[in-house]
Design a protein around this ligand. Structure first.
Ligand code: AVI
Length: 328
């Protein structure tokens, strides 16, 4: 068991080394394209380097950021219902597993799960999560996959032979654009197969002050998380962003039903990156994240156009957060 684990962890590290070599040309290309568009934009997936992942964990502990606490309490409440949906010997496949904090609730409630497959872009987070869970669940098989869960994924044969239970908590789905959400759900349907269940956590529409506070906490942790993206670009791509010359802003976009994070330029300035110069005028923003909020109807419509249907749903008391169980 121990040896198996060690090789699982090594596998993730090897993939990490390969990814680090390959990541930066894509990162550079994406940043250059994002800074060249009329509304300057960066993909939220780049928020999660080691520092960004640590800051996100810290956001989850702020009093204003209700989603994590609310979803955790909801999962505990519905654990027996979830267990009833999970077949014996199933593989639990988690998309964007991060610190795998909520996984233990499902694993405790459903000891019939034989295999855990965390898929996570941050190699550090993946390694740490697997090491921690392996101690707590010594008879569980681990198949960690270091990678981007929005990309093309393949599961090893040993996993494909089992009933698949997909787990996508945290309302991470809300960080995708609508077309990406649909693509993710369509791909996941193929990946998990006909007999699968997909458990998706989704943050629900609610009053705007609650939302604004959650994305702009008083201690400034979310602001630091947002600004860290510029620090990462400076560090990894040799840019010269003046971090202090940008302020964090959380906005509610009512038309598109989403929270947005922006970095707003405090004055006219320019930034150099990869031999190019990008100008920011005072008040111009760099859009760094969307976090879509759902209603039962909007989630149902999304599932329906992505080849899934809701078989069961659980919604917490306010601030409302939902868990949806989908089947093909
Ligand atoms: C990871 N994701 C679901 C978080 C969210 O709420 O959209 C990321 C985050 N951004 C700012 N605060 C938290």
């Amino acid at each position: 068991e121990q040896r198996w684990m060690a090789s699982g962890v090594r596998l993730a590290r090897d993939a990490a080394a390969a990814d680090e070599r390959d990541d930066s040309p894509q990162f550079l290309a994406d940043v250059v394209a994002g800074l060249s568009s009329p509304q300057k934009t960066l993909s939220p997936k780049y928020l999660y380097d080691a520092r960004g992942s640590a800051l996100f964990e810290e956001i989850c502990r702020t009093p204003e950021y209700y989603p994590t606490r609310t979803e955790t309490a909801l999962l505990r409440e519905i654990a027996a219902d979830l267990s009833a949906l999970i077949p014996k010997g199933a593989a639990l496949i988690e998309f964007g597993s991060g610190a795998s904090d909520k996984t233990a609730i499902v694993l405790d409630a459903a000891p019939q799960i034989s295999t855990y497959v965390p898929i996570e872009i941050s190699h550090d987070a993946l390694d740490q999560a697997v090491a921690r869970l392996a101690q707590r669940y010594p008879s569980l098989d681990f198949v960690p996959i270091a990678g981007d869960f929005t990309g093309e994924l393949r599961l090893p044969e040993s996993v494909r032979a089992k009933s698949a239970v997909g787990f996508f908590p945290g309302s991470t789905i809300g960080n995708l654009d609508p077309a990406e959400m649909q693509q993710f759900l369509l791909r996941t349907r193929v990946l998990l197969g006909e007999d699968s269940v997909l458990l998706v956590g989704a943050d629900m529409l609610k009053d705007v002050p609650t939302l604004l506070a959650a994305y702009d906490d008083a201690a400034g942790v979310t602001a630091g998380f947002n600004r860290n993206l510029l620090e990462r670009i400076n560090r990894e791509l040799g840019a010269d962003f003046d971090i202090q010359a940008f302020r964090h802003e959380a906005r509610w976009n009512a038309g598109l039903q989403r929270m947005e994070m922006h970095l707003v330029s405090l004055h006219d300035q320019h930034v150099t990156l990869g031999g190019m110069r990008f100008s920011f005028s005072q008040g111009e923003s760099l859009h760094t994240e969307n976090s879509h909020k759902f209603s039962t109807d909007s989630f149902d419509a999304l599932a329906a156009r992505s080849g899934w249907q809701i078989v069961q749903q659980w919604i917490s008391p306010a601030p409302q957060f939902a868990m949806f169980a989908l089947v093909p």
